[in-house]
Design a protein around this ligand. Structure first.
Ligand code: SF4
Length: 362
């Protein structure tokens, strides 16, 4: 996987929002740093998951990649082309090659548009095919995502949540993209349906060689859907690694705290890592030094003074395991999160993701 060519290169991207006070003569009183210097590479055929608590900047990063919002700084390259500088026809072409699947499939579908028309709409926008060709493609896409051709004439309210997400995926695939940005694609769905949609995404990835930028907060989803993981905190990546390295030996205390939130029934494992406490600080006024020091159980005086850079870990994970923590190499090891180490409910949930493909829900 690591040998594949880069498809998406994000370099030091930032999104800052000015905060103003006053009505007539509003003055700037601060800056919200929603995304603050994020860099990563996504290779062809790979799934990279951006993970973190709500408000950490992962969805903003997804929208920056799609150029749905303009970056304050940084560069985004797609297949070598500069997305940040693209205009007019060049930007339209790039947008055809990158599609997004939204969290709420109902909100992302027009309730007054028949499903067939909703799936065909991106093809019409990009001038792809004749009307007959588009209708044939809609039938093909409906079958691909586990629905039936006759569903084309129905409306979004006639479908379940999982079926609506399948429709959203079919719509995204209609223009034959190379990259799918999946923004919390299953978090609004029931657990058993989540597994079906994740498995569908994996099948489609293998079949069409797709690359996924997966935005998620659910580690069960990430563990089975991602190749690499980047953990975000307060607008920055604080740790990134191959998923096996990250789950086996997380180096950043925030990653460890996220993993500790996975329920474990074994009393011997409980309490070895404390779940994260408190709320994230405001991105309007982040703490000095390491932004995590106000919640970190390992913080030392240096942490409040010096901002730790994202640096390679010599201790484990091989190439590509980076963490932004002064004490990363000195922290005690934690028990790896394995399917057998989590609660029966969570284990059943993982089994859904790892087991045989289930039939589409009715
Ligand atoms: Fe915790 Fe210090 Fe590491 Fe930040 S640098 S994560 S405060 S130990």
């Amino acid at each position: 996987m690591s040998e594949a060519a880069p498809l998406l290169e994000v370099e030091d991207i930032a999104k800052h929002y000015p905060v103003r006070k006053g009505l007539l003569r509003a003055r700037r009183i601060g800056t919200v740093r929603a995304v603050d210097g994020v860099s990563f590479v996504l290779r062809r055929g790979e799934t990279l998951a951006l993970v973190g608590e709500s408000g950490c900047g992962k969805s903003t990063t997804a929208r920056l990649v799609m150029r749905l919002i303009e970056p304050s700084a940084g560069r985004i390259r797609f297949d070598g082309q500069d997305v940040t500088e693209a205009r007019g026809g060049a930007l339209r072409q790039l947008r055809r090659r990158m599609q997004i699947v939204f969290q709420d499939p109902y909100a992302s579908l027009n309730p007054r548009l028949a499903v067939g028309d909703a799936i065909a709409e991106p093809m019409a926008v990009h001038g792809i095919g004749t009307g007959t060709e588009r209708r044939a493609r809609v039938q093909e896409l409906l079958r691909l995502v586990g629905l039936q051709p006759f569903h084309a004439g129905r409306y979004p309210h006639e479908f379940s949540g999982g079926q609506r997400q399948r429709i959203g995926i079919a719509r995204a695939l209609s223009v034959r993209p190379e990259l799918l940005v999946c923004d919390e694609p299953v978090s609004a769905l029931d657990v058993s349906i989540q597994a079906q949609v994740v498995n569908l995404l994996r099948d489609l990835q293998v079949r069409f060689g797709l690359s996924y930028l997966l935005i998620a907060h659910d580690l069960a989803v990430v563990k089975h859907a991602a190749d690499r993981i980047a953990v975000m905190y307060l607008g920055r990546i604080v740790e990134t690694a191959d998923k096996r390295a990250l789950f086996a030996a997380p180096r950043h205390p925030y990653t460890r705290a996220l993993l500790a939130a996975v329920p474990r029934p074994d009393p011997a494992l409980r309490g070895r890592v404390r779940p994260i406490g408190g709320d994230p600080p405001s991105p309007l006024d982040p703490p000095p030094g390491c932004h995590f020091h106000t919640r970190c159980p390992h913080a030392e005086p240096v942490c409040a003074r010096e901002d730790p850079p994202l640096r390679p870990m010599a201790t484990n994970g091989g190439a590509g395991h980076l963490a932004a923590c002064h004490l990363a190499e000195r922290l005690p090891p934690v028990p790896p999160v394995a399917a057998e180490a989590i609660s029966p409910t969570a284990a059943r949930r993982l089994a859904l993701f790892t087991g045989a493909r289930a039939a589409p829900e009715g």
